[in-house]
Design a protein around this ligand. Structure first.
Ligand code: VGL
Ligand code: ZN
Length: 197
């Protein structure tokens, strides 16, 4: 059983959004067309409460893309994005959501960011996705979506480390590329045994 994980194809990560990834909307049609090849389609949705600790706006004297030290490690501060229930948090209007078996939300804990679809950024608190995949007999996952160097990367590395055969289709991803994050992500995925093509 092979699942497609569609990571965070949401308005705020597309042009015009609060944390726009260049070309983020260009991948939507290709992802829609790809869905039919899988036994299961799972969508993730970045889903932060207002005032989330990853938002620069809640840290005095900090600006978006500054770094801070959180109890769980280093954290990039982001513009306010994907606030629960807002238009920015909604999926891109052309993304085919009807055929999704599961929509998993992440980043809802106010004190911890969650790039990965499997664990929050403490690398300990599970989202439940691992159990869902295992109980459905899914052994292989392919990841696409936004952003390649953050949520796709962290999700793919966790999937591979959990023992799923893991692929990333980069032509159906777009990256933020912040201070070398894309090179770092590419190395991390290769190191974890993710097949990147
Ligand atoms: C993401 C930064 C903050 C992502 C989510 O989906 O890659 N990046 N929140
Ligand atoms: Zn986020």
């Amino acid at each position: 059983m092979h699942a497609l994980l569609v990571i965070d194809v949401q308005n705020d990560f597309c042009p015009g959004g609060a944390l726009a990834v260049a070309g983020g909307d260009e991948i939507v049609a290709g992802i829609n067309a790809f869905m039919g090849q899988f036994d299961a389609v799972i969508l993730t949705q970045d889903w932060h409460p207002a005032g989330h600790s990853s938002f620069a706006s809640v840290h005095d004297g900090k600006a978006p893309y500054d770094m801070i030290e959180m109890p769980y490690g280093a954290q990039v501060l982001w513009p306010d994005h994907c606030t629960q229930g807002t238009e920015g948090a909604a999926f891109h209007p052309l993304l085919k959501t009807d055929c999704a078996d599961l929509i998993i939300r992440k980043g809802y804990n106010p004190a911890i960011d969650s790039y990965s679809a499997f664990f929050e950024n403490d690398h300990k608190t599970p989202t439940g996705l691992e159990g869902y995949l295992r109980t459905r007999g899914i052994k292989e996952v392919t990841l696409v979506g936004l952003a390649l160097d953050f949520c796709v990367n962290f999700s793919a590395v966790d999937a591979a480390q959990l023992g799923f055969k893991t692929h990333v289709r980069t032509e159906l991803c777009r990256a933020i590329d912040l201070n070398g994050s894309l090179t770092e992500a590419t190395n991390a995925m290769a190191g974890a045994g993710v097949a990147v093509d």
